[in-house]
Design a binder for this molecule. Structure first.
Ligand SMILES: [Zn+2]
Length: 335
């Protein structure tokens, strides 16, 4: 292994954009698929993904999520996915993670959404000596406002271990406007927010970007497609960005990472977090994401450390900033 790759692996890292279900190990995903039809569908989706454009690839990822959702049927399975994700992150030297998930119930509501949240939080607690993990609750773009409000209430109930609210899901559904009252309420309650923005290259998506920027969430996810004006606004207002190289590369269909908007923001010293999005489904890890960026943009070790130190300021649990920065500084003095 070359020196730089090893450095990226050993560097204490912060992961701020990871969908719990998307982190599932491929082997676990395969095991949870009960029918042969589902197995074959997953094979077909894997194959189709290679040739699609942005819209087709997005649809593909969401079909995979739906398939996964249909085969996770009880709390033990969600505990297993959480446990394996945390173990993989510990192996990758991640010291602080914010996992995000959309709360769900099982057995037609007999096992309520609160049990789902508790199952994840309890699993996180078992690993607290090895990794500091917090939860962000996701609102799906296809949900109703009432459902979103219920998610907000759950987030409030499980603070401080739940640290924020996310908007994600199929970007064809332009529903941010619809959820604005819920996100405004979150802001009033001092709950941090992160919104997936600019995921599709269409006019409607660009229009929605403006609404999201008017709201000014605590952080933005992706920001792949945007106008020059929107780009300038994010820089001027210093709204932090969560950048997910492999995921963006695949869904934007870029030839390689040098075309990625990372450098545009990095060279302006914009607040950034490098993240994995769906490490299981995208088959990546945070070390390799950082390594690939470093290689593509010829970034020095000093610059990566500086970047990681500023990422610490973007975490939603502000009580852990010191812990993260101290760990990083300790690492730096020992290399
Ligand atoms: Zn995402």
């Amino acid at each position: 292994m070359d020196d730089l790759r090893r450095f990226c692996q050993l560097l204490p890292k912060i992961e701020l954009h990871a969908h719990l279900n998307g982190c599932i190990r491929t082997s676990t995903f395969r095991q949870l698929l009960s029918s042969t039809a589902d197995q074959l569908r997953l094979d077909a989706l894997d194959k189709e993904f290679q040739s699609g454009d942005t819209h087709a690839r997005m649809a593909n990822v969401f079909e995979k999520f739906a398939l996964l959702r249909s085969c996770v049927t009880n709390l033990d399975e969600i505990r297993r996915i959480t446990r394996e994700t945390l173990e993989d992150f510990i192996t990758d030297h991640i010291i602080y993670v914010e996992l995000r998930t959309r709360p769900r119930s099982f057995d037609n509501g007999a096992i309520p959404m609160s049990s789902y949240v508790e199952a994840i939080l309890e699993t996180m607690k078992q690993y607290e000596n090895q990794i500091c993990s917090r939860l962000i609750l996701s609102i799906d773009r296809t949900q109703t406002v009432d459902q979103a409000m219920e998610t907000l209430k759950l987030a409030e109930r499980y603070r401080p271990n739940v640290v924020g609210l996310d908007l994600s899901g199929d970007p064809n559904v332009k529903s941010f406007e619809h959820f604005l009252p819920v996100f405004n309420l979150a802001k009033q309650m001092n709950l941090s927010t992160t919104i997936h923005i600019g995921e599709l290259p269409d006019a409607e998506c660009l229009r929605e970007n403006d609404l999201i920027l008017d709201f000014k969430p605590s952080r933005l996810g992706h920001f792949n497609f945007r106008t020059n004006e929107q780009e300038q606004r994010v820089i001027k207002e210093q709204i932090p960005l969560e950048i997910c190289p492999t995921s963006n590369l695949l869904t934007m269909k870029l030839a390689n990472l040098t075309e990625h908007h990372f450098n545009l923001f990095h060279t302006r010293r914009h607040p950034l977090a490098i993240c994995t999005d769906d490490s299981g489904l995208m088959d990546c890890c945070l070390s390799s994401e950082i390594y690939d960026l470093v290689q593509s943009f010829r970034i020095t070790k000093e610059e990566i450390c500086e970047l990681m130190l500023q990422t610490c300021n973007l975490i939603f649990d502000k009580n852990q900033i010191d812990f993260c920065q101290t760990k990083l500084k300790e690492f730096l003095t020992n290399i």
